[in-house]
Write a protein that binds this ligand. Structure first.
Ligand SMILES: Cc1cc2nc3c(=O)[nH]c(=O)nc-3n(C[C@H](O)[C@H](O)[C@H](O)COP(=O)(O)OP(=O)(O)OC[C@H]3O[C@@H](n4cnc5c(N)ncnc54)[C@H](O)[C@@H]3O)c2cc1C
Length: 445
């Protein structure tokens, strides 16, 4: 089985990680580097060859900010930033600044976040009192939001580039057995309540003394997480821009309006991305109960659509919201000279794994031995790529970091999703269902 590490934790002789996103890949790297796991075999299985094109961790860009209303995340993000700036894929990190604006209830998040980053003492923060201030610092043609602040010490990262960088680092270590295969079910012994690996769709069975489930927004298809974590779809659109437009925008800060959730990150690879950090779309799906031996037991949970291609078109309401945002902040980019809209060439619904409070879920399962869960990115985990694997391994060893006790651990109770408080950072419409919104497009065709 393995070496006894503490009264409750044994160093596993084999680890199976399910999912090669931020949580799974960073865990694999940290296990490789930790001498306690020198004799542990490590397998990482993903349903897609790396990089998984519809994984949440694979995209042109992700914001890297210590700007959190919750001090533990400010501290952890700041530690991650030190590595982004120096040794962790620094070629993919850009410190352009982040302007956060809000009006209404999201102002509370902004003022707490401002206090937290001021306490860090970076000194590169400016409070914005009106829309002229917002326009001046963001360099946009019109302001989005009339109050907030800019943190010039925040930045963004080429997410796919950084993930590829990490994957190649791990591959060079020759320790991880990377497999492609879709996990259909955990290998659960219903008498002993022990998990000993997973079944794959192609008939293979992978066994391990510790299974780490980090399948992102698909995790609720493999474990009953009702009332604990679910998938919400977020809209993204990409506008192709010319090299001269790209060089004009490349050094400007990210603009995030927390009240609408809409944001705009500096362009890369000829694409300007507009997205919404919102309450998202639910996609209620009825599936066989992942923990039941009886195939006729079912549960209904929000999950990404079955086929990845279904995540490539977005509801009209989402595209219109992004268009309205772009047309307001950069009318010159949104329209052609004949005043028709410049087309978005790529759209996507990207899936958050939301939790009750917006905290990650990094914990042993309370019922099943041999099962550890690392998920619940809640739309903000990417920036932690340089540090989250080490933190996950600390939790595996039974040492949840002091700052995150009571946050990352298994929630004490399941809470009905409409009562989840989140972290207070989400704007825009509430209660949308993907199928209903997509049907509105189809009925117009
Ligand atoms: C639109 C959007 C914008 C975001 N913006 C930011 C941001 O600006 N800053 C920030 O810090 N964070 C941001 N995030 C959040 C961040 O990207 C996520 O929290 C993080 O990438 C989640 O990583 P993950 O490992 O949980 O999931 P994923 O990256 O989705 O990885 C899960 C993996 O599991 C695999 N998998 C799923 N099911 C199975 C199965 N049955 N068998 C085998 N493999 C399986 C998938 O193929 C996938 O590769 C954003 C997220 C989205 C969607």
């Amino acid at each position: 089985m393995g070496l006894l590490w503490s009264s409750s934790v044994t160093i596993p002789s084999s680890v199976l990680i399910i999912g090669s996103g931020v949580f799974g890949l960073s865990t694999a790297y940290s296990l490789c580097k930790n001498p306690l796991f020198d004799n542990t075999s490590i397998t990482l299985v993903d349903r897609q060859p790396f990089p998984s094109p519809d994984g949440s961790s694979i995209d042109t860009s992700r914001i890297v900010r210590p700007d959190y209303a919750s001090p533990p995340y400010t501290r952890l993000a700041s530690a991650a930033q030190s590595l982004w700036r120096t040794t962790f894929a620094p070629q993919h990190y850009h410190e352009n600044g982040l302007c956060i604006t809000a009006s209404g209830s999201e102002e509370k998040y902004v003022s707490s976040s401002l206090a937290n980053v001021q306490a860090l003492g970076t000194g590169k923060i400016e409070v914005l009192k009106n829309s002229d201030d917002v326009k001046r610092v963001t360099g946009t043609e019109n302001a989005s939001g009339s109050a907030g602040y800019i943190n010039w010490s925040s930045g963004w990262v080429d997410a796919e580039g950084a993930m590829r960088w990490l994957h190649s680092k791990i591959s060079q270590l020759n320790r991880v057995n990377f497999l492609t295969g879709t996990v259909t079910k955990l290998l659960i012994n219903h008498t002993t309540h022990a998990v000993s690996g997973a079944h794959l769709q192609d008939g293979r069975t992978l066994t391990a003394s510790l299974t780490i489930l980090s399948a992102g927004a698909w995790t609720p298809s493999l474990l009953d997480l009702r009332g604990i974590a679910n998938a919400t779809g977020q809209v993204l659109v990409y506008l192709p821009i010319t090299p001269s437009e790209e060089s004009r925008l490349a050094t400007l800060p990210t603009l995030l309006n927390l009240s609408t959730g809409l944001f705009l990150i500096p362009p890369s690879q000829g694409l300007l991305k507009i997205a919404r950090h919102g309450h998202g779309y639910a996609n209620p799906t009825t599936i066989p109960h992942p923990e039941s031996a009886n195939p006729s037991d079912t549960i209904t949970v929000s999950l990404p659509p079955h086929s990845a291609s279904h995540s490539q078109s977005v509801p009209q309401e989402g595209e219109s919201a992004c268009r309205a945002f772009l047309s307001h902040v950069y009318p010159s980019l949104s329209y052609t000279s004949s005043s028709s809209s410049r087309p978005f060439t790529k759209t996507r619904v990207c899936w958050y794994t939301d939790t009750q409070t917006g905290d990650f879920l990094i914990s042993y399962h309370p019922k099943y031995t041999g099962l550890f869960v690392a998920t619940g990115g809640s739309g903000h985990a990417f920036k932690f790529l340089p540090v989250i694997g080490d933190k996950i391994v600390e939790c595996v060893l039974g040492n949840t970091p002091e700052d995150f006790r009571g946050k990352w651990e298994w929630p004490v109770k399941r809470v009905s999703e409409e009562l989840w408080e989140g972290d207070g950072s989400r704007g825009g419409p509430i209660g949308m269902v993907l199928g209903e919104e997509m049907a509105k497009i189809e009925s117009k065709l």
